[in-house]
Design a binder for this molecule. Structure first.
Ligand SMILES: [Fe+2]
Ligand SMILES: [Fe+2]
Length: 264
């Protein structure tokens, strides 16, 4: 495979102890050697500096470069969320909309969090335009990936309380038109993986684009049955994108599913 990335989401650092899961993830990274770690938000549980720092420290300790975008839980739980929502996040990660390139891989992050809404997310036209430009800067042949926190597709039984990103058809259409092969998100703490032709009529000629929502790496509400714990490994070559779902089982990240999407 030409490109390999680890996608984690919803760590919710500060909500609970997760040393065993963190150690198991370090072992998985050592074994699979992803070129990049992508973290799609809710790194912290209450947006506290200490929690954000601890999350960054853990993600960076894994070894590969890390690309992180914020989730709604990364906003401060104080009035500052309305005036300086991203001071801490930017201090640690420099930006809420990063771009990262690795061999055969080009990843563009978008900030879908809105300080005035707790659950719902949105992406403005200006953000989409910038993301399209950044996707266009990929070297030919690289897997082009877009990342945001709020989901574009739902898991089969997620409660309606968590709605997909606003104007999701426009968000999806713009990113795919700009060349995105793979679109990653989190927020619902459940896995959902699909190729665009499976849920939308876009014509036989349209390129394949895979949308993948990662389950939560953390489990901040252990009694909520509709929240699974897991992560994704994405691999791609010229022929296919392969998504492997690992879930937390038997005290380790355990492979549960492998989905292969043909690209032509
Ligand atoms: Fe979350
Ligand atoms: Fe979230």
């Amino acid at each position: 495979m030409d490109a390999r990335l680890l996608h984690v989401s919803d760590l919710h650092v500060g909500a609970h102890q997760q040393r065993d899961a963190e150690q198991a993830l370090a072992r998985l990274v050592e074994r699979l050697e992803p070129q990049l770690v992508v973290a799609s938000g809710d790194l912290a549980h209450r947006g506290r500096s200490q929690q954000l720092e601890r999350a960054a420290e853990f993600l960076r300790s894994l070894g590969p470069p890390v690309l992180a975008v914020p989730g709604n839980h990364d906003l401060p739980y104080a009035w500052t969320r309305f005036v300086r929502p991203w001071t801490e996040f930017e201090r640690i990660w420099e930006t809420t909309e990063p771009t990262a390139s690795a061999p055969r891989l080009h990843v563009v992050g978008l900030n879908s969090v809105r300080p005035f809404r707790h659950q719902g997310g949105a992406v403005s036209n200006a953000q989409l335009e910038r993301a399209a430009e950044r996707l266009g800067a990929a070297v030919p042949g690289a897997l082009r990936v877009a990342v945001l926190h709020h989901h574009l597709i739902g898991a089969p039984w997620r409660a309606a309380r968590k709605r997909p990103v606003s104007r999701r058809n426009r968000v999806l259409g713009t990113l795919v038109d700009a060349g995105a092969d793979l679109i990653l998100a989190g927020h619902i703490h459940q896995a959902a993986v699909s190729e665009r032709h499976e849920f939308e009529v876009v014509g036989d000629e349209a390129r394949a684009a895979v949308v993948a929502i990662a389950p939560g790496l953390g489990q901040p509400r252990p009694r909520r049955l509709g929240e699974a714990r897991g992560l994704h490994i994405h691999e791609a070559d010229a022929d296919a994108i392969v998504v492997r779902t690992f879930r937390w089982a038997h005290g380790d990240w355990t492979l549960g599913a492998e989905r292969r999407f043909l690209r032509s």
